[in-house]
Design a binder for this molecule. Structure first.
Ligand code: PEP
Ligand code: MG
Length: 324
């Protein structure tokens, strides 16, 4: 599939109306890294670090993690890699760190909540990341942040680890960005101060959609009722885009929907300028973005909203088919 799009691999995802969308790839294994060049991705917009924890039956050692993160950064040849800290719980349970039985694991003890309650684990991972990135840029993202205070505490932990590393005489990263995933609706309404403080935000569309519609992302029966292109959801996303524009916060979208061509077009039409997806989706998404007039799509979405359509999908599909 990547060969089919080889001719546009080095070209930007610039639309007919002149807007350029940054396309990044999602990864989680060392084996994913060769796709960085093959797919034409600008960087790794989401590196899911939990896989290394899930494939073992005991907690990995800091030195093992650090060695892996070093190899990932080496393989990225200077392209930006967004390392997401451990996102476990819900569907991803570690055999050596099980929560007590939870009636609703998706709403339970997971991700940053685990990190903040088990500071040793969080510190160990942050230390491994800092050491791996010595002398080069480091980008860290905390998952499932639901309120400002969680981000503040995680960031303070990061600063403490950094200070300690410095005291121990270790080389520090050249620059550090600390972002958060926006995947609970609450964070869309967090105080302005949060938006000003956070270095960047990335929308986790899979979880955000699940919580927006109160529909389990693992449950086909309810999940399929709610289209990502539902007008209410797009309006909600647009509100997040506007807040980020107002506070000059860099924003991307890294859920699976970013890799679906029609969804990607609509996300771009709502103002998103950075999308992260499976490597195989980059070619098709770039191809369609390069052929589209986002202002036109935007107009179609506006009309659908005024008509009270449930989803903009039929109108956007019809519009795309009508284009030469
Ligand atoms: C998401 O929720 O959209 C996301 C990117 O994270 P994950 O799918 O790993 O929960
Ligand atoms: Mg998520």
């Amino acid at each position: 599939a990547q060969e089919r799009y080889a001719s546009i691999r080095e070209k930007p995802a610039t639309t007919k109306c002149g807007k350029t969308i940054s396309l990044q790839m999602n990864a989680g294994l060392m084996a994913d890294l060769p796709s960085l060049d093959g797919s034409g991705a600008e960087g790794v917009g989401l590196f899911r670090t939990e896989l290394q924890f899930l494939v073992r039956n005991q907690m990995p050692k800091r030195s093992e993690l650090s060695a892996l993160y070093t190899r990932v950064l080496d393989a990225a040849h200077g392209k930006r890699v967004v390392f997401r800290t451990l996102d476990i719980g819900s569907d991803k349970v570690l055999p050596y760190m099980k929560p007590n039985d939870e009636p609703n694991p998706a709403l339970g003890w997971r991700a940053i909540r685990v990190g903040l309650d088990r500071r040793g684990v969080m510190r160990m991972q942050l230390q491994a990341l800092i050491r791996a990135a010595a002398g080069r840029p480091l980008t860290i993202m905390f998952p499932f942040v639901a309120q400002y205070e969680e981000y503040r505490q995680a960031r303070a932990e990061m600063d403490k680890v950094l200070a300690r590393e410095k005291k121990l005489g270790h080389a520090l990263p050249e620059t550090i960005e600390v972002g958060a995933m926006l995947e609970t609706p609450s964070l869309a309404f967090a105080p302005d101060k949060f938006y000003e403080e956070v270095d960047f935000l990335s929308i986790g569309g899979n979880d955000l959609k699940q919580f927006f519609f109160a529909a389990d992302r693992e449950n086909e029966r309810v999940r399929k009722r709610y289209d990502t292109l539902n007008v209410s959801f797009l309006t909600f996303l647009e509100g997040i885009v506007k807040r980020c524009e107002a506070s000059n916060t860099s924003l991307s979208f890294c859920g699976e929907d970013a890799g679906r061509p029609i969804e990607a077009i609509c996300l771009a039409a709502m103002g998103l300028r950075s999308l992260s997806m499976r490597p195989a989706s980059i070619g098709p998404v770039k191809n369609i973005l390069r052929s589209v007039d986002l202002d036109g799509v935007r107009r179609i979405i506006e009309e659908a909203r005024l008509r009270g359509d449930q989803s903009v999908r039929p109108a956007v599909m019809a519009y795309l088919q009508s284009q030469p």
